[in-house]
Write a protein that binds this ligand. Structure first.
Ligand SMILES: Cc1cc2nc3c(=O)[nH]c(=O)nc-3n(C[C@H](O)[C@H](O)[C@H](O)COP(=O)(O)O)c2cc1C
Length: 336
């Protein structure tokens, strides 16, 4: 399948693995890129620019295909040295960067000077248009369903994607709630040139996380995510657990007076506890509603091949079948 996104990034399939804290390590990024998608290393999971340089080198040892690095500009307890991270990306020969959080405007000249293509992930049409205006090459349009930070507008992808299609000139991928061939075909139908997946890629054999995390994703349903930190205008969609219940209780007590320090124990340092230690009750870690569509732990290649094979079947058989007047059974409607 060829789309504006496969052509822009030089990849075989229009499937991107979004940056994920403590998940987007070289193993996963290389597996996605080797399977024909675009794998992305999460820059800030590497505590220093030197460590990011090593992670990029490790990924390069595992794949000769294009891969990217995510740079997230979110409120954090201490501001990371972004120019040094960009230097590590440039010197590592990485040609694609996924930015997220705040606008990457300040850093675009440095990225563009290094001939790096920038895909900015954002949660609204106005931020997408801003990204286009400042010179980003593509946008990842992240709907309200998404794992991580859905923004504060709460617009799901059924509305957000066609709105983006109506307004944007640069290509965009659908992000949030994407899991399978149906997601991809629907995203393409709504004007996207591909899809970005986060949560779904955690439940794969290569994802370098504790087995408890993958098990929790297979067991959870679409009812099991919660929104936290809304009062701080830093809303995050996370998987429900005991730490998150405590966090929500504190949020209820504090109301609009909530400060980040009030929930420090439930949000700071949670990722290593969950992803490395397998402590599933530790607190807030990002997870999308799409968790309700995750029922297995395939290899990344099995997942991507399955998506592409089934997408072709949906387009060639199911959709054209309607035009040819075929009425389908519910069995024919199901995918893996
Ligand atoms: C565990 C986890 C960690 C994430 N960490 C980051 C991050 O550090 N930076 C970022 O830009 N996005 C992050 N995301 C968001 C993903 O890149 C992606 O946009 C999102 O997961 C898409 O929604 P989905 O989970 O429904 O596929 C994270 C998502 C998850 C599930």
């Amino acid at each position: 399948m060829k789309t504006a996104i496969t052509e822009l990034f030089g990849i075989q399939h229009p499937i991107i693995q979004g940056g994920m804290h403590y998940v987007g390590l070289a193993e996963l990024a290389a597996a996605v890129s080797n399977a024909g998608g675009l794998g992305i290393i999460t820059g800030l999971t590497q505590k220093t620019p030197e460590l990011l340089a090593k992670e990029i080198a490790r990924c390069r040892d595992m794949t000769d295909k294009p891969f990217g690095v995510n740079l997230t500009f979110l409120p954090s307890f201490t501001a990371p040295p972004y120019p040094e991270y960009i230097a590590a990306i440039r010197e590592g020969g990485v040609k694609i960067v996924e930015t997220a959080g705040r606008s990457p405007e300040q850093y675009l000249p440095a990225l563009k000077a290094a001939r790096i293509k920038v895909i900015h992930k954002c949660t609204s049409v106005r931020h997408s248009l801003k990204a286009e205006k400042i010179g980003c090459d593509a946008v990842s349009v992240d709907g309200f369903e998404c794992g991580g930070h859905p923004g504060e507008d709460d617009i799901p992808n059924m509305i957000l994607l066609p709105r983006a299609a109506d307004e944007l000139k640069i290509p965009f991928v659908a992000s949030g709630g994407m899991a399978d061939a149906r997601s991809l075909v629907a995203a393409l139908a709504m004007g996207a040139a591909g899809m970005n997946m986060g949560t779904r890629f955690i439940a794969t054999k290569e994802a370098p996380v504790h087995p408890n995390v993958k098990k929790a994703l297979v067991e959870a349903t679409e009812l099991d995510t919660r929104l936290v930190m809304r009062a701080l205008r830093n809303t995050e969609r996370v998987l429900k657990n005991k730490g998150v219940d405590q966090l929500l209780e504190i949020e209820r007590e504090k109301g609009a007076t909530l400060k980040i320090e009030d929930i420090h124990d439930q949000v700071a340092g949670v990722y290593p506890k969950v992803m490395v230690g397998g402590d599933m009750e530790a607190g807030a870690w990002s997870c999308g509603m799409v968790v309700g569509l995750i029922n297995d732990i395939p290899t990344v290649k099995e997942l991507i091949d399955r998506i592409m094979t089934e997408a072709e079947a949906i387009i060639r058989q199911r959709l054209t079948g309607f035009l040819d007047g075929h009425v389908e059974t519910s069995a024919a409607r199901a995918v893996a």
